[in-house]
Design a protein around this ligand. Structure first.
Ligand SMILES: NC(=O)c1ccc[n+]([C@@H]2O[C@H](COP(=O)([O-])OP(=O)(O)OC[C@H]3O[C@@H](n4cnc5c(N)ncnc54)[C@H](OP(=O)(O)O)[C@@H]3O)[C@@H](O)[C@H]2O)c1
Length: 176
């Protein structure tokens, strides 16, 4: 059965985006994202797809699945769905080991309803943002691993602490 995995980096103040971009650039987190997701389908909103830098749009080595309500929307190299639930049904039908939901905020909100695993990079800093992660009821998620790190946020030229935390949904709990 295909596991649905939400993967995200969230700041201390729940910031995830500003001006359709990520407010920080932490190399270790980009490598973590690449390592986790390569080889698996990645479901994202059209705004997140459009925000990817040219050299990684579409994300290489992954089927890029883009959700939009816009019937005219075109994204070369991506599979398009006009209904998030149909995108989930599509990846489940492929019988791949797992598929990732990679943002942004609108699509994360839908993804958290159906995810089995939540891969969170917690960045211990407050960032100026216009996009925030929806509230998470952590009582419904069990932490199964955690790695603590420190590295440079080269976009803001600051040293930050961050953790890679994996949660699995507690059995029989199916909402955010
Ligand atoms: N920190 C992180 O890890 C991370 C990761 C990813 C993204 N981000 C950031 O998140 C921000 C973008 O988030 P966002 O919420 O604005 O946009 P988004 O989630 O990327 O895309 C939202 C779009 O998805 C479409 N959509 C909404 N509901 C749908 C449904 N039920 N079925 C199919 N399509 C549906 C709509 O497209 P239309 O309106 O065009 O129809 C909507 O505008 C950016 O700043 C980005 O950098 C951060």
């Amino acid at each position: 059965m295909t596991e649905i995995v939400v993967i995200v980096a969230i700041a201390q103040n729940r910031a995830i985006g500003k001006d359709n971009d990520i407010p920080w650039h932490i190399k270790e987190d980009f490598l973590h994202f690449k390592e986790k997701t390569t080889g698996f389908p990645c479901i994202m909103g059209d705004k997140t797809y459009d925000s990817l830098p040219d050299n990684v749009r579409p994300l290489p080595g992954r089927e890029n699945i883009v959700c939009t309500l816009d019937k005219e929307y075109k994204a070369s190299g991506a599979t398009i769905f006009h209904d998030f639930n149909e995108a989930i049904a599509y990846v489940k039908g492929k019988e791949v080991e797992k598929a990732f939901v990679i943002g942004g905020a609108t699509i994360y909100k839908l993804g958290m309803e159906v995810a089995d695993v939540f891969e969170l990079t917690r960045v211990y800093h407050d960032y100026d943002a216009d996009t925030f992660y929806p509230d998470v009821d952590f009582s419904k998620w069990e932490e199964i691993s955690r790695e603590d790190h420190e590295g440079m946020d080269v976009k803001n030229d600051i040293k930050v602490r961050f953790s890679f935390i994996t949660y699995r949904r507690k059995k029989n709990v199916h909402s955010i």
